[in-house]
Design a protein around this ligand. Structure first.
Ligand SMILES: Nc1ncnc2c1ncn2[C@@H]1O[C@H](COP(=O)(O)OP(=O)(O)OP(=O)(O)O)[C@@H](O)[C@H]1O
Ligand SMILES: [Mg+2]
Length: 511
């Protein structure tokens, strides 16, 4: 075919689809002690899902916060539909059609869902007062569109984390967006909610919206994205077409090496029973749960979000009171009325929600790590600074924590590195029984396998470990035994070496 001056409509559509919707050019951003972004260029086309990938602390969230006006870059430019723009703050970005759905939730818990959705743009009457009827109607319609089962008039503090995430998404849809950035949107969503989210992304794509999708989950990235850009230490290490690459290639761009397979299960060394539950029940949350956990053993607790796994862990740790059954530690029946009781019995729980339960965000990394020690040994009162520093140094190294210094407030760490501080905090109590709830949520694939290996090493040193997870590769990779939970009951118990994926799926879905 010879080139001609005229284009057919479909060719024009094609050209439009290929012209970049958004271009970030040479963006550089420094924080005290860290060059978070170093000359980063990145583009998004109309109707494209562009995945952004990289290790914890690589600069993904920072790049998107520059785009959305949360941060100002020292150098670099942003072009939207060919026009150079400057965004001074998030509201300006939204008005231009750029919406960022944050990794850490930013809702006002005391307000209703509807108020949160329309925050900053509440519909008002002629008299300038909030028009509640319109507010609830419009919010209700958006919630319906998203398939949410809670009401616009519900208070946000009564919603689960997953539902709060849906409110964040609802909030983005109020503005007619041109570019929507999802920063680890599925970290706390159930499978059903993920399906809804993926549908929303499909619909946005059809409307020519450009989407940036940040996640550590390779399966999602390969399912959703058209292209992948990998960031490494604040620089772009490559942009690839998803259809033409592999997980292995992407991983190598991310961490500079391939991943080894499944960590070897520690052989032998399984000792006496450290923790035993007998007929433990707690209201509607879980019923008649019995199992034991031995020294040197890793037991995986697998089930869907909402199956009662976290509640069982919280009961063992003294955060909930059981209404029937008993807990034995080293063979003795114990009463655990509070977390300090649990810590005195050698039990530690690294919780799933780091922001609400795990960390004091304004405090330094080092002080956060020694917090659990203070909670446990309050009788002896103070911990000396030297010991604190030694704990920090040891666990920062073991967990490959990426932080400019021990002084850095936790709020300034990347999401995955905050999770590592939570783990360090509990590991450093040197527990005999360690419960970790979703230990690698938000953790990059490289650190994930390091954390799995660390869990195996902890078990090999004689600790009894209970790993709660909704990721099958995680429970399969790290456990000796697997407990499957369905609707608050133990549905089955498996030997991890011989169980099949099908058997696990059936057990947790009540088949
Ligand atoms: N407000 C801040 N003040 C100081 N340093 C910051 C701030 N925000 C981020 N950083 C630092 O910038 C670097 C990049 O962080 P960023 O949050 O962009 O990482 P990320 O790629 O999103 O990681 P993750 O996968 O863990 O979410 C990190 O070293 C982080 O500690
Ligand atoms: Mg991030």
């Amino acid at each position: 075919m010879t080139p001609v001056a005229h284009h057919t409509q479909s060719e024009l559509d094609d050209l439009k689809a290929k012209a970049p919707l958004l271009v970030l050019d040479g963006v550089t951003k420094t924080f005290p002690g860290v060059k978070a972004l170093d000359d980063v260029s990145f583009e998004v086309r109309h109707g494209e899902v562009h995945a952004l990938l990289g290790e914890n602390g690589a600069g993904k969230s920072t790049l998107m916060k520059v785009l959305a006006g949360n941060h100002q870059a020292e150098r670099g430019q942003v072009h939207l539909e060919g026009e150079a723009i400057r965004v001074a703050n998030p509201l300006e970005a939204k008005k231009r059609g750029i919406v960022l759905i944050h990794q850490e939730l930013s809702l006002v818990p005391e307000m209703t869902v509807a108020e949160n959705i329309f925050l900053g743009s509440l519909p008002t009457t002629a008299l300038g007062i909030v028009n509640w009827r319109t507010l609830f109607d419009r919010a209700g319609r958006i919630l319906d569109q998203l398939g949410c089962r809670f009401a616009a008039s519900d208070k946000v503090d009564r919603l689960s984390i997953a539902n709060r995430q849906m409110v964040e998404i609802a909030r983005a849809l109020v503005f007619t967006p041109k570019v929507v950035v999802f920063d680890e949107p599925t970290a706390s969503l159930t499978d059903a909610e993920k399906v809804v989210l993926f549908d929303i992304i499909e619909r946005l794509k059809e409307q020519d919206v450009g989407i940036v999708y940040i996640s550590h989950r390779m399966d999602e990235i390969f399912r959703l994205s058209d292209r992948i850009t990998v960031l490494r230490d604040g620089q772009v290490s490559g942009t690839l077409k998803t259809a033409e690459t592999t997980e292995d290639e992407v991983t190598r761009l991310m961490i500079g090496r391939s991943l080894e397979g499944r960590p070897a299960a520690a052989p032998g060394a399984i000792g006496e029973v450290a923790l035993e539950l007998k007929g433990l029940s707690c209201g509607d949350l879980f019923r008649d749960v019995s199992f034991s956990l031995r020294r040197g053993e890793v037991v995986g607790m697998y089930g869907l979000i909402g199956a009662g796994r976290t509640e069982i862990a919280e009961t063992i740790f003294g955060l909930r009171t059981p209404d029937a059954g008993e807990i034995r530690v080293h063979g003795e029946v114990v009463q655990i009325a509070s977390p300090p009781d649990a810590i005195r019995h050698g039990i530690a729980l690294a919780p799933e929600s780091r922001k609400e339960q795990g960390l004091v965000l304004g405090m330094s990394c080092r002080d956060n790590m020694s917090l659990a020690q203070l909670e446990g040994v309050s009788a002896t009162g103070w911990l000396d600074r030297g010991a604190e520093q030694a704990i920090y140094d040891e666990y920062a190294e073991r967990l490959a924590l990426k932080s400019p210094s021990w002084r850095t407030p936790v709020v300034n760490l990347s999401g995955g590195n905050q999770q590592k501080v939570v783990l360090g905090k509990w590991l450093s109590t040197r527990p005999e029984i360690l419960i970790v709830d979703e230990p690698t949520r938000g953790i990059d694939v490289g650190s994930k396998s390091e954390i799995h290996a660390l869990i195996r090493r902890l078990a090999a040193s004689g600790i009894a470990v209970l790993v709660i997870s909704s990721e099958m590769p995680e429970v399969l990779g790290v456990s000796d035994r697997i407990l499957a939970l369905y609707h608050g009951r133990l549905a089955a118990e498996f030997d991890a070496a011989s169980v099949t994926e099908d058997a696990l799926v059936q057990a947790i879905s009540g088949m």
